[in-house]
Design a protein around this ligand. Sequence first.
Ligand SMILES: [Mn+2]
Length: 325
Amino acid sequence: MGSIFPPCDSRLLDAIRTASGAIIISHRNPDGDAIASSLAAKAILSRMGKRCELLSDGPFLRSDIRQYEPLFSHEASAELIAADPLVIVLDCSTPDRPGEAFRSIGKLRRIVIDHHSSGVPFTEEGMSYIVPESPSTTLCLNQVRIALGVPLDEEIASFLYMGFATDTGFYHFLSERTAPDSLRAAAEFCEAGVSPYDVYDSLHDGRRLEDIKDMAKVILSARPVLGGRLLIAHQGIDMKDGKLSDGVYASLLETEGIKAVVLIKDKGETQEIGFRSKHRSGLDVGAIASLLGGGGHIHAAGATISGTPEDAERTVIDLIAGKLD
Ligand SMILES: [Mn+2]
């Protein structure tokens, strides 16, 4: 079985090598992979002598990434923009994913490094490295690093590992197809000095008890529909912890006989809908989310729609009912 990673396009590599500097941006409402790929990209380009700035719209709601918020700005400096830098967009499948921070730099030359299965191209030909089979954007970025000839060091390795570990739920979401290449890369990160135990603890410790209790409330809201094949849970508008959903999905997906879990987060005027489907359920929730203007992967996806939580619930049940029959 060949590698899941194709070669990088030489046009993308040349764009990085010849860049005067770089503005690095990932998606709004960032997760571990978005932040880790941004930090790893900055470390890699810094080793090449490039000046880099990190942009993010935030909000840094997830407790695992909160510690990195001070390293990110909402806009790039006029000085760097004047130098006509390269924009590096990470972990984004559509041009609206980076949010407001992207507006002022949307005209600059850009490359996209990503692993989402659905989306719309938003670079020039040859200026992206998108590998839907890759378990994380950091593992795509690792291939770019190798092609650029930048050696691993402990800092680069720790960020590359962080995105891989968080996006795979610490190796849960690896298939027989994706595991060998991924775990070989992880082994190299560990040889460069990464301690998986320390990374796990630094990402999971420090949550507020109130947020853990909110997770219990969301689990209590879960209701089976479609003959018990789908569970729908609701997250209240007052619940803020971005990591809350990880624990909710992990618990509810263990329910006997289910194919998928949907979590509806009440944001007032809009509803954020998170989808998770079971491995081997045959349910591509990325495709379902893209029907609602969102996106993601086969087993994990999201979309935002307007209306009430009840509206969102009806929409989701209709869409999934059609796919389960
Ligand atoms: Mn990702």
